[in-house]
Each structure stands twice: as structure tokens, then as C-alpha cells.
Ligand binder design. Structure first.
Ligand code: UT7
Length: 326
């Protein structure tokens, strides 16, 4: 028995922020942002919207797509770098918002690799037999933890949510997974304050310590390396080769990271799903949103072998190789 995706949905806030809008806020230019990152637009949630709101919308679409009701869900896993609170888990808030009254719920913190970690966890619960229907959500309102005075980061991130329902399937499903971490790089990409190490106080606010900080160059080099490594590992673990993979759906951080990695892998760009020009980096939401778009526009079909690849803060990385069920 395998675990497969039997429903998928995504939900994006309406408000669009363009590179030209950002030119009015910080010292940047459309040319710099599009050349260095590939991003042109990103979405921004309204001020009264949080990650559980976007996540609940995406979750309902995925559950409907699976022809299930919220009561059929046994477990909710939520991956987010911008959860509603430190606690309670945003997964529990989504559980209440969608009325999944029979579900256990918890959050997974693996930053931009969060969706891969959550999908891998769900796969193991299903294969192990404890749960049948698991909702996996990646949801971000990064605009609320972005420093809109810092041009190094504010041009990169966007808001949005994607969700899948996994269940036991006879054919297809998750073939192999790879996860990794290296906490020695934890300072390279972080939201420093608000936890027990650097609790919120006047100084943490004054020094803007409640916003994302990133050493872009180091993270860039790390990302290219782990992208290549874990892609090779996950196909090897499945006893397949990269030619067998119909589409790669990478975390949408920077077009130059993706191009450098697929060049090393000698993988054709036309089989890589990209949407970062429209949405920027949506951390844990970027992979499920791109997956849903490629499915809805007809690129991904039943039987296709799909590789999901993520990397990000922690440092963390991971990949899933799946045979598409829908
Ligand atoms: O999602 C989790 C994983 N995240 C990532 O994978 C992101 C990884 N990193 C990156 O994508 C890239 O490193 C960035 C897009 C963040 C930065 O690109 P870069 O080519 O590495 O630029 P840089 O940091 O080396 O900066 C080059 C120059 C600097 O100026 P000087 O020091 O050369 O005079 C920056 O100050 O570009 C400047 N700069 C900007 N200029 C205009 C940095 N941000 C901007 C900006 N507009 N928004």
C-alpha cells in the first residue's frame, strides 16, 4: 500500500504587489529584482488575514477535490514559516475553521522545506496504518514577518496557501522521500526574536528583530548544492533515473538557484514547474501552489512521475518522488 494525493487546492489573496510598487518603498528597481530573482509580482494578504485563513480556504478546496467532507480527515499537518502564533498550532485553528472534528492536528516547522517534511510525515502515517485521510497544508502570510524597510528581503516573499489530501491508494503515490538538516546554518535564515532565546521586548522591536533576516549569498550556495544532492538521492532510492521524472516542482526561491541546479543535473527547464515570477517565494506554500497550477493547466496527468524539491531555513532540505494519482 502507498499514500497518494487524492485532492489538491490552493488559495491566493487578491492583492498584487509588483516590482514597480516596491520601487516606491525601498531603494530597488524592477530590473534588479527580475534579473537577480526572476520575481515580478507577489500577493499580499489583507491586514486582518492570517495563515490559518488562507490555509483553511486551500484545505476546503483540497477536501472537495478529494470528494470528502471535513469529518473524513483523520490528521491535519500544517507547514508554515508564518504561523498564527508560536502556540497553539495553526493546524488546530484550521481544524476548527474547516470543521474537521475527527482530526488530530499539529504544525511542522521546517521553513521552506515544510511541505516536503509534512508530506513525508503524512506518507508514513498512512503506510503505517494509523490514519487514512490526511490533510497537508502549506500556508504563509510572510508579508507580516517581512521587513518592508529591508530591500535584501522584502522583494522576495509573498503570501498564499496550498493543500493536498493524502489517502491510501492501490497504484501510484509517494515512491520515495529524502529529508535532511544542518542546524549549524541556523543563523543564515531566521526570524530572530519572539521565542525563548530572544523574547519580545522594546529593543527587539526597535532593532527590527521580529522580521526575516537572511544571508542571501550563503543560502543561495547551500540551496543549489542540496537541490542537486537530494534530487539524485530520491531517484536513486526509488531505483529510477532522472530521465524517468516527468516534472520537477522546486521550492520557488530564486530562478537562478533553480537554473544552476537543473544545469548541474542536466534536466530540461521545460519540465520544471515555475511560478515564482507571479508569486515570489511563498516558503512552505510555494510547492503545493505550483503543483496545483501544473495539475489544473493540464501539464501533470495521472501516471506522471513528479519530483518535489525543497530547501530553506534550519537549514533543511528534502524531496519527494510521487506518481500522480489524479
Ligand atoms: O526560501 C528559502 C531559501 N531562500 C533562498 O534560497 C534565497 C537565496 N538567496 C538569493 O536568492 C539571493 O542571494 C538574493 C536574491 C537574496 C540576493 O541576490 P544576490 O545576487 O546574492 O545579491 P547580493 O546579496 O550579493 O547583493 C548584490 C548587491 C548588493 O550591493 P553591493 O554590496 O554589491 O553594492 C546589495 O546591496 O545588490 C544589492 N541589493 C539590491 N539592490 C537593489 C540587494 N537587494 C537589492 C534590491 N534592489 N532589492
Amino acid at each position: 500500500m502507498r499514500a497518494g494525493i487524492i485532492g489538491i487546492g490552493s488559495y491566493m489573496p487578491d492583492r498584487i504587489i509588483s516590482n514597480w510598487d516596491l520601487e516606491k518603498i525601498v531603494d530597488t528597481s524592477n530590473e534588479w529584482i527580475s534579473e537577480r530573482t526572476g520575481i515580478s509580482y507577489r500577493r499580499k494578504a489583507e491586514s486582518d488575514t492570517c495563515s490559518s485563513d488562507l490555509g483553511a480556504q486551500a484545505a476546503m478546496l483540497a477536501i472537495k477535490d478529494a470528494n470528502l467532507c471535513p469529518e473524513d480527515i483523520d490528521l491535519i499537518l500544517l507547514a508554515s514559516s508564518s504561523p498564527d502564533h508560536i502556540f497553539p498550532a495553526t493546524a488546530c485553528i484550521i481544524q476548527s475553521k474547516i470543521g474537521a472534528k475527527n482530526a488530530a492536528a499539529f504544525d511542522i516547522q521546517a521553513a521552506c522545506t515544510g511541505f516536503i517534511y509534512a508530506l513525508t510525515t503524512a506518507d508514513q502515517y498512512i503506510v503505517g496504518g494509523l490514519y487514512k485521510n490526511i490533510l497537508v497544508v502549506g500556508s504563509e502570510v510572510l508579508s507580516k514577518v517581512t521587513d518592508w524597510e529591508d530591500r535584501n528581503t522584502c522583494v522576495l516573499f509573498g503570501d498564499g496557501a496550498g493543500a493536498v489530501v493524502l489517502s491510501n491508494v492501490k497504484d501510484g503515490g509517494v515512491i520515495s522521500s529524502v529529508l535532511g538538516s544542518d542546524g549549524s546554518g541556523s543563523g543564515l535564515l531566521e526570524l530572530p526574536a519572539g521565542g525563548s532565546k530572544e523574547p519580545a521586548n522594546f529593543n527587539t522591536v526597535k532593532n527590527r528583530r521580529h522580521y526575516i533576516k537572511m544571508s542571501g549569498n550563503e543560502v543561495f550556495k547551500f540551496a543549489v548544492k542540496v537541490f542537486e544532492d537530494c534530487t539524485k538521492k530520491v531517484v536513486k532510492r526509488a531505483d529510477l533515473s532522472l530521465e524517468d521524472v516527468d516534472f520537477i516542482i522546486p521550492h520557488q526561491a530564486n530562478i537562478r538557484i533553480i537554473d544552476a541546479a537543473i544545469k548541474r543535473l542536466k534536466y530540461p527547464r521545460e519540465r520544471v514547474v515555475l511560478n515564482l515570477d507571479k508569486y515570489g517565494n511563498m516558503s512552505a506554500a510555494s510547492i503545493p501552489v505550483a503543483l496545483n497550477e501544473a495539475f489544473r493547466d493540464g501539464r501533470i496527468n495521472k501516471g506522471h512521475k513528479i519530483m518535489l524539491v525543497g530547501f530553506g531555513a534550519g537549514l533543511t532540505w528534502g524531496a519527494n518522488l510521487i506518481e500522480w494519482n489524479l
